[in-house]
Design a protein around this ligand. Structure first.
Ligand code: HSE
Length: 402
């Protein structure tokens, strides 16, 4: 019997219990032994819950029970989750996590502790929810030198941008709708300001480079500055706006990791990723481009990825470890060194000034007394320098993804 404990009985934690129970014949057959949830750790009471008898409030009960070999950490945050994960790993219990914040901050250390204690720290669910992208990068793509990863990694912002484009609504109205539908949190800051995407692209960069990428140092621009006019001008010129996490690796193995909205040409696979779906577009030096697509959030999709890690840990123990990354920082390149074309929006009467600053660019459309313009290809530093000369003539600017 494989005895499992679940840390945190929220949305994902309750999903983990549900996947293990409802799919038990598959989960157990694929694990090579019967899998059973022995404990659920949560501070709260759940009167009447079918699994109420498994509820415990003290982590020590789990840590000191030698029968428990695998813990699922679905608490979130870097406080108690970090402490409990370390305690479990130090006792030789594998930990399967959906906690992107913890993985982004302490993943390398936790994988090292797992290695030292003959168990595994696994976290497929931390990036792209149910999309099996980390396992793909660390198994199927190991013959590749990965040179670039571009991901739509946040369902909330992708839903907002898609609805703004489809419904012609503005940002605030669409955010409210996302909240009503339960797609956006009451406090949506981490999603709309891009921090959630920054954590996920950091983890992808860690795996690509083999070194630690500090998510706090990832230059991050969210979607709050995007207006209905930007969406309309982009749409009429054949683009969708998407929030992308980018990790771009140079020949010398330095990585530029950043988060920003982009104009993506319709017809590119990333432009076709709509609503709460996620996609990760990976470029390898031999294989070329591949894309991994699916539900990037949600109770059962995310829980399915956690339980796949449970099965992996049950079957292979410590040998299941992802290749991982070490604790030394990656050589980071500023995002501004990369070259892009830029969309700029300006009042109609300032158009000639914009054209004069970007002589290689062209107008893409007009709407409501404003013009949309796409510049020639420029480094971020060069673009900013020219933008500064235009003062308040430019109302917004967004990179173009090519
Ligand atoms: N808030 C996240 C999203 C949930 O919207 O994608 C999954 O990490």
């Amino acid at each position: 019997m494989v005895h499992v404990a679940v840390f945190g009985y929220g949305t994902v934690g309750s999903g983990v219990v549900e996947v293990i129970e409802r799919n038990n014949s598959y989960v157990s057959a694929n694990s090579g032994d019967k899998v059973s949830v022995k404990y659920i750790l949560d501070l709260r009471e759940f009167p009447g819950d079918p699994y109420e008898s498994k509820l415990v409030h003290d982590v020590e009960t789990i840590i000191n029970d030698d029968e428990v070999s695998i813990c699922c950490e679905t608490m979130g945050g870097v406080g108690a989750a970090y402490k409990f994960t370390k305690m479990a790993l130090e006792k030789g219990k594998s930990v399967c996590s959906s906690n992107k914040e913890l993985v982004a901050k302490h993943g390398a250390e936790l994988m090292r502790i797992a290695r030292e204690n003959g168990c595994a720290y696994l976290f497929e669910a931390s990036v792209g929810g149910g999309i099996p992208v980390l396992r793909t990068l660390t198994t199927a793509l190991t013959a590749e030198r990965i040179t670039k990863i571009a991901g739509i990694l946040n369902g909330t912002t992708n839903f907002i941008l898609t609805r703004m484009e489809e419904d012609g609504a503005d940002f605030d109205e669409t955010l409210r709708k996302a909240q009503e539908l339960g797609y956006a949190e009451k406090d949506p800051t981490a999603d709309i300001e891009g921090h959630d995407t920054a954590r996920k692209i950091s983890i992808l960069s860690d795996i690509m480079s083999g070194h630690f990428t500090d998510s706090d140092a990832v230059k991050t621009t969210g979607i709050t500055g995007i207006t209905a006019t930007d969406i309309t001008l982009a749409k009429e010129a054949g683009f969708s706006i998407r929030l992308l996490g980018i990790a771009d690796r140079s020949e010398d193995d330095s990585v530029a990791a950043f988060v920003a909205p982009f104009l993506v040409k319709k017809g590119h696979p990333l432009a076709g990723v709509c609503d709460v779906f996620n996609a990760i577009y990976v470029t390898g030096n031999m294989l070329g481009e591949t894309m991994y697509y699916g539900k990037g959030a949600g109770k059962l999709a995310t829980a399915s990825a956690v339980v796949a890690d449970v099965i992996d840990a049950a079957r292979k123990g410590s040998s299941t470890m992802y290749q991982g990354w070490d604790e030394t920082p990656v050589k980071a390149t500023p995002a501004d060194d990369l070259e892009f074309k830029y969309y700029v929006r300006c009042p109609e009467e300032k158009f000639d000034d914009v054209q004069a600053q970007f002589p290689g660019g062209c107008r893409i459309g007009k709407f409501g007394g404003e013009s949309g313009f796409i510049t020639e290809t420029l480094s971020g530093a060069e673009f900013e320098a020219r933008l500064a000369k235009l003062g308040d003539a430019v109302l917004n600017s967004i990179r173009v993804y090519e």
